[in-house]
Structure formats: C-alpha cells, structure tokens
Design a protein around this ligand. Structure first.
Ligand code: PLP
Length: 385
C-alpha cells in the first residue's frame, strides 16, 4: 500500500479525537435551539457558552467580545465590511498578499465608493509599518493586515502596525486564520481591534470560526435576522461546530507550544533535506519570523502542478500556492508581490506540517521530491534558457 503523508495542514486539518468526542452528543442528544427558553434549548446554550468561555480564556479577552461565524471567510467579510460600512464612506488600507476573503471584500467596498490602498510587501513577504503610516489619510476608516500568509508563513509586524493605527485612531482588523492556535496572540499588546480565526485550521471542524470585536469598536452587522450573538450576527448557531471549536482551542492551549517546537524542527529537516539534494531550490518567506509548520519552496524551471501531482502519486499531499487558488495556472499573487521572478514563482510548492507529521514522513517526502524534480527538469524544462 502506498504510504500517505498529509502536508497540507494550512488548507485544513484532521479533527482532533477529543474534539469529535466533545461534539458528538450535540448532533442527536443535545439538539435544542440555543435561543429556546426550555431545557433542551438551555442545554444547547450551555454548550455554546462553554465554547465561548474557552476561546475567550485562550485569547485573554471577555467572552462577550467573541462572535461565532460560519468560517474565516465570513469573519473577514464581517470584520472589514463591518468597520467600513459603520463609517459609510472612506479609505481602507490592506496588503497585496491578503487572503481573497479580505482582498475581494475590499474590492467590493471599492465598487460601493470606498477607496483603498494595497500595501506592497518586501522580498520576505512582510509589510513595512512605515508604509502603513504613509498610507493613513484623514478619511481612513479601517486597516486590515493578516498576521501570517497561508502560503509563505511570514509573520507581519502587527504590533508596530497596531501602534501606528492607534496614534491615528484607525481601527485594525487582523486575519489570524493561519496563526491563531499556532503562535501566541495578544490582542491588547498588538493593538488589534478585530481578529478573525477559524476552527478547521487547528484540528476543529469546518464551517465555524470567530471574530473578536474589541469593546467599543464601531461596527455594523452584515448578516441580518434574529437576535443571535448579541445582535451582531444573525442565524441559529452551529452548536456542534461551536462546541468542537471550543474544545479544539482548549487542546491548543495544551499542545501549541510543544507542537510549534516540534514542527519547526521537522520543517527545517524538510528544507535542509531538499536543499541538500535538489539544485536550484529556494525557501520563500522569512527564514525565522514565520509560522512553525509552513515551508514554501520554489523549484526553478519546474511547474508546481507537476510536482503536486507527482507527489500525489506517491501518496503525499502538498499544495501549489494556496489551496483556495490551486488549479490556477497563474503564478501565486503572493510570490509575485514578493518580487519573485516567473521562472521561480511558477515552481512554488507549499508543505504545511502538523501534529501528526513525523520525521519518517519528512524523509519520505525528501526521498520522493529529489528524483521527481530531476525527472521533471529533464523532461520539460519550463522557462529554461
Ligand atoms: C489567511 C486566511 N484567511 C481566511 C481563510 C478562510 O478561512 P475559511 O476556510 O475558514 O473560510 C483562510 C483559509 O485558507 C486563510 O488561510
């Protein structure tokens, strides 16, 4: 049987067994509507409340400042639109390497008459806080910069950006979908007003996420209906999902630090193993200030899709650029923004490691990649002179 190695944890993760156990009663036993006043409803409400408490404890924020949503995408839409629409018109600042959930939301706001600045990034994929300072105008209504990009994993200087935003009285939204539960986040020290985070990147279920909203932040709801979530997000809560999310976060509290150390070492082993055996390969993003488990590599003169498909035949799951855009033959907009030449950018492959990744997995990937890249380069030297 072919060995199977999953190195696509930035796309999604397996649900932690403790999370499955915690969620299970909430499908068929505790099925009341948490808005109902009877006992069935109260039991469901208690599950939601416990989850909110767990997440609030982890983030060190009051529970009533957390709103549950249907995913990181909704949290990003809510965060950015909620801030902008509360002010009616104005200017929004974001970066060129945001997830589409932010980029396309900002574009949608532009179509409604807002203006926007898309900040450049350096060769490591980092925003320069000074560029944020220069971009702020009297009519700037929101700044949205992600904590780390899913593809390259470079951590952004959020604390500096937060400080500059505070000086100018501009609220800051941070997409922390890739960092929440993987690296420490302190919303007060980092000057974050809104924070998006999602369950399925941290061994929780898909289709549930959160938005932290700092008390006093002027926001409007973008989903209208009932009185749920203190009238900030209408719709019956995804009770099993929320319960699972709370448990996943509690488990992260126990496992995050040790796992970060372990997967960082494995990621280094992967990069060093490949670099020793494959010529013309580079590691994208900042070498140290980065997500623990993410390794984005570029293989010059090879097409990333060919590597992804070749590794798939070996039972290995990696992605070409971000999962949301794979299948797209354009080079990744993130790597283009970082200034990578086309002959490198077309050969980008992301491996993202997680709690089940072992040293044997990594060695198997290295042993599979080296001959594959050699074969592809001999067969089809993409862009070779
Ligand atoms: C940085 C970032 N933001 C937002 C999202 C969207 O999250 P979700 O899949 O929960 O909608 C993702 C998912 O890949 C992401 O990586």
């Amino acid at each position: 049987m072919t060995r199977r190695v999953y190195l696509d944890h930035n796309a999604s993760t397996p649900v932690h067994p403790e999370v499955v156990t915690e969620m299970t009663p909430y499908f068929a036993d505790v099925y009341g509507n948490p808005s109902s006043v009877h006992g069935f409803g109260r039991d469901a409400r208690e599950g939601v409340d416990v989850a909110r408490e767990r997440i609030a404890t982890f983030l060190r924020v009051p529970p009533d400042q957390i709103v549950f949503t249907s995913g990181g995408t909704e949290s990003d839409n809510f965060g950015v639109k909620g801030l902008a629409l509360a002010r009616g018109r104005g200017h929004v600042i974001t970066s060129r390497i945001e997830h589409h959930a932010v980029l396309r939301t900002v574009q949608a706001l532009e179509a409604q008459g807002f203006t926007a600045t898309y900040l450049p990034v350096d060769a490591y994929g980092a925003v320069d806080p000074d560029d944020v300072r220069k971009a702020i105008r009297p009519d700037t209504v929101a700044i949205s910069v992600m904590h780390a990009n899913s593809e390259v994993g470079t951590l952004q200087p959020i604390t500096e950006i937060g400080r500059i935003a505070r000086e100018h009285g501009v609220p800051v939204h941070v997409d922390a979908v890739q960092t929440f539960g993987k690296v420490p986040i302190d919303v007060d020290a980092m000057g974050i007003d809104l924070l998006s985070f999602s369950a399925h990147k941290i061994y929780g279920p898909k289709g549930v996420a959160g938005l932290y909203i700092r008390k006093g932040t002027k926001m409007v709801a973008i989903q209208h209906g009932g009185e749920h979530e203190r009238r900030r997000r209408a719709g019956t809560e995804n009770v099993p999902g929320i319960v699972g999310f709370g448990k996943a976060v509690e488990v992260r509290g126990r496992e995050m630090h040790d796992e970060a150390r372990r997967v960082s070492a494995l990621r280094d082993r992967l990069w060093e193993g490949i670099a020793a055996r494959v010529p013309d390969v580079r590691l994208n993003g900042h070498p140290t200030n980065r997500l623990p488990g993410t390794a984005s590599l570029c293989y010059r003169h090879v097409e990333s899709e060919s590597i992804v498909l070749g590794l798939d035949l070996k039972g290995i799951a990696v992605s070409a650029g971000s999962a949301c855009t794979s299948g797209n033959v354009e080079p990744s907009y993130v790597l283009v923004a970082m200034g990578l030449p086309l002959d490198w950018a077309m050969g980008a492959v992301r491996s993202s490691l997680g709690r089940s990744t072992t040293a044997e997995d990594v060695d198997y990937v290295v042993d599979s990649v080296a001959p594959l890249v050699q074969k592809l380069r001999q067969a089809l030297p993409v862009g070779a002179a």
